[in-house]
Design a protein around this ligand. Structure first.
Ligand SMILES: Cc1cc2nc3c(=O)[nH]c(=O)nc-3n(C[C@H](O)[C@H](O)[C@H](O)COP(=O)(O)OP(=O)(O)OC[C@H]3O[C@@H](n4cnc5c(N)ncnc54)[C@H](O)[C@@H]3O)c2cc1C
Length: 611
């Protein structure tokens, strides 16, 4: 079996790289070890609520945003609905509040009204960040042109050069005196890193100019809609997306990649499969690739990345509320709750590592936009703060559980102090730590932004594309340009554009890998008033032992409103039965309704066995 490109990882960069290459007519195979595409850009369901794993706000979508072109090419504009966030954030600290708008003129007006003595610094800041964005859109794409332009960078790209030479803290200290203004401007810093005095002003400018220029956006129904669309786009263009399949080896010969070997993430009895290809895109974290390569490439990569520093991780509380939150005083989509000990920009980094009773956090109330995450009258929210795997990874299971409880209670009490009555409205909550992020995305340290965006590890200092082996491309938050929805998607797009030009493409046969886990419905029967039973073919090599679970995912479910098309279910049939039976509780969910509407022969995919 052969494909042109094998993409390892279904995060946004991998999905965009794969979708773009498939649009260019290349035969793409994407392997994702989780049972859903998206990596950080996914959702999960609890009770009535669709919980958004990652997205609070995605920047841009204005005229200067290259994602607009990308979204047209990949038909995202026709299939995914973006909804504009009313303002960038509401900053709240002990003696200070500010609603930070979007739009360069609007921002200038609000900030110069509040800080008239800082007008020069504010103007300079806005000019720098919008200049960086404009200059980036004009940078030559071809490698030889980039090399030619290098000596003239200060002349033609002065803002990029200025921003690249400073950390956020250094630049702010040079041009702005008022510490509160610096904090107002850096309140969103946790979306790219944890320390203003090491974070590159270049990366911060790129991200902030997108936010200020085009505002923030959410995706109706959650970011899974975007990930699902990109995955289906690959399939529509002749590619294959295999979920629950983990790449274990990148095969090489004569210093070139020749194929990828992968295993099933759930069914460990299935033999590894090897598929040949012209080239590979590694969307998984760069450090993970060391273990997939043979020598000498593994050691070369290890040495190359040894000095690099990983970015921080995040901690989240996913919240489902019984009713809307305006009555308890939540009037904004995103509230940045600054810790009491943050009085200057220098306090931000120690605060991120400090006590939970003071740690700054962001609270998002998705109900302030048409988010499509909860039934009418109910609301989904999220608390999110910078965090570190090292503070969780060595805890015993009991200590881990206790710390999750303590941290959640502390942060929720601080939310209650600000919005009295909010705790009573909580119907469901669940905590995700850096350990959770590492478990689901395999990102080492739970580093959702990859390598830290320090001046040395940013822009031209960032690892990119095929730096190790000519036909092995790196495309993720860990590579150029970096993390965040925009960084990851642009990274995937740029890799695909470079590959189109630079790669040697061979012809591939039309045949595709058959997914042995896709099975047909054999029958449906009512067990009692509250339960139906579905029986399916048993997937080949399904090593069924009693007490095991599986994920049953419906393909083309008939009802999809406010639900995800799968459930983790205990297998109801005994191991010696040649079929698999599942009991579906009647809970009036879209999944339940879809199961009731299934016809014999309809398809589902079964991930398992597990548990
Ligand atoms: C809680 C949270 C909040 C966030 N908020 C925002 C926000 O508001 N705005 C914003 O712009 N960004 C936000 N981000 C960051 C953003 O989501 C990420 O930076 C970005 O999505 C990373 O994309 P990626 O392509 O690097 O892949 P990742 O999302 O890291 O996915 C990599 C994929 O590779 C897969 N994989 C790994 N190893 C293998 C293997 N061996 N075989 C097969 N598959 C493999 C993983 O399962 C995973 O799906 C947030 C992230 C989190 C977690």
């Amino acid at each position: 079996m052969k494909y042109n490109t094998i993409v390892i990882g279904g995060g946004l960069a991998g999905l965009v790289a794969g979708a773009t290459l498939s649009k260019f007519g290349k035969k793409v195979l994407l392997l994702e070890q989780h049972h859903k595409p998206g990596g950080c850009a996914t959702t999960f369901k609890r009770d009535d609520f669709i919980m958004e794993v990652g997205l609070h706000e995605m920047d841009g979508l204005d005229d200067l945003d290259s994602k607009v072109t990308l979204f047209k090419l990949l038909e995202v504009d026709k299939n995914v609905q973006f909804t504009q966030v009313p303002e960038l954030y509401h900053l709240v600290s002990k003696n200070h509040e500010l609603v930070f708008p979007y739009g360069t003129e609007q921002v200038k007006k609000v900030l110069t009204n509040k800080y008239p003595e800082e007008e020069k610094g504010i103007t300079r800041y806005l000019k720098l960040i919008s200049g960086v964005r404009l200059e980036m859109s004009k940078l030559p794409k071809k490698k030889w042109k980039k090399i030619l332009i290098t000596p003239f960078m200060p002349l033609f790209y002065p803002n990029i050069v200025e921003a690249s030479g400073h950390s956020v803290g250094e630049w702010f200290d040079k041009h702005i005196s008022n510490e509160q203004l610096k904090l107002d401007l850096a309140a969103h810093l946790g979306y790219w890193g944890d320390n203003p005095y090491t974070m590159s002003m270049f990366y911060f400018s790129m991200a902030q100019s997108g936010f200020i220029g085009g505002g923030g956006h959410f995706i109706k129904g959650g970011s899974q809609k975007l990930s699902d669309h990109l995955a289906s786009f690959i399939e529509k263009n002749g590619g294959t997306v295999l979920l629950g399949k983990k790449a274990s080896k990148i095969n090489t010969e004569n210093n070139l990649v020749t194929g990828v070997t992968f295993v099933d993430s759930f069914n460990h009895d299935l033999d590894p499969v090897t598929v040949n290809c012209d080239n590979v895109v590694a969307n998984c974290a760069i450090p993970l690739v060391c273990d997939m390569l043979e020598e000498p490439h593994a050691s070369t990569l290890e040495q190359k990345i040894a000095p690099l520093e990983n970015a921080c991780s995040l901690y989240c509380i996913y919240l489902g509320f019984k009713s809307d939150l305006t009555s308890v005083g939540v009037n904004h989509y995103s509230t940045c709750m600054m810790g009491d000990d943050v009085k200057s920009l220098k306090d931000m980094h120690p605060n991120n590592q400090g006590d939970w009773s003071n740690r700054s956090f962001i609270f998002v109330d998705y109900d302030k936009v048409d988010a499509g995450l909860a039934p009418a009258g109910k609301t989904v929210g999220a608390v999110c703060t910078v965090d570190y795997l090292k503070d969780w990874k060595d805890l015993s299971p009991d200590e881990y559980k206790a710390k999750k409880k303590m941290t959640a209670e502390t942060l929720l009490q601080r939310l209650e102090d600000r919005f009295p009555g909010i705790k009573e409205k909580i119907e469901y909550y669940e905590v995700a730590t850096p350990k959770t992020i590492e478990r689901f995305t395999l990102n080492p340290d739970g580093a959702v932004y990859g390598y830290a965006q320090t001046a040395q590890q940013s822009a031209s200092g960032r690892l990119r594309d095929n730096f190790l082996i000519r036909n092995l491309y790196f495309s993720s938050a860990w590579a150029f340009p970096g993390g965040g929805f925009t960084g990851a998607m642009l990274g995937g797009f740029l890799s695909a554009l470079n590959m189109k030009e630079d790669e040697k493409w061979t012809s591939c046969p039309d045949n595709k890998i058959e997914d042995e886990r896709i099975v047909s419905l054999l029958g449906r029967k009512e067990i009692d008033a509250n339960t139906i039973e579905l029986s399916f073919e048993k997937p080949a090599s399904f090593n069924h032992q009693s007490g095991k679970h599986s994920i049953l995912e419906l393909i083309d479910p008939k009802v999809t409103e406010l639900d995800l098309p799968y459930r983790w279910l205990k297998i109801a049939s005994p191991p010696d039965e040649p079929i698999l039976r599942f009991s579906i509780p009647a809970d009036n969910s879209s999944f339940d309704k879809s199961c009731n509407l299934m016809n014999v022969g309809d398809k589902a995919i079964i991930f398992g066995p597990m548990g």
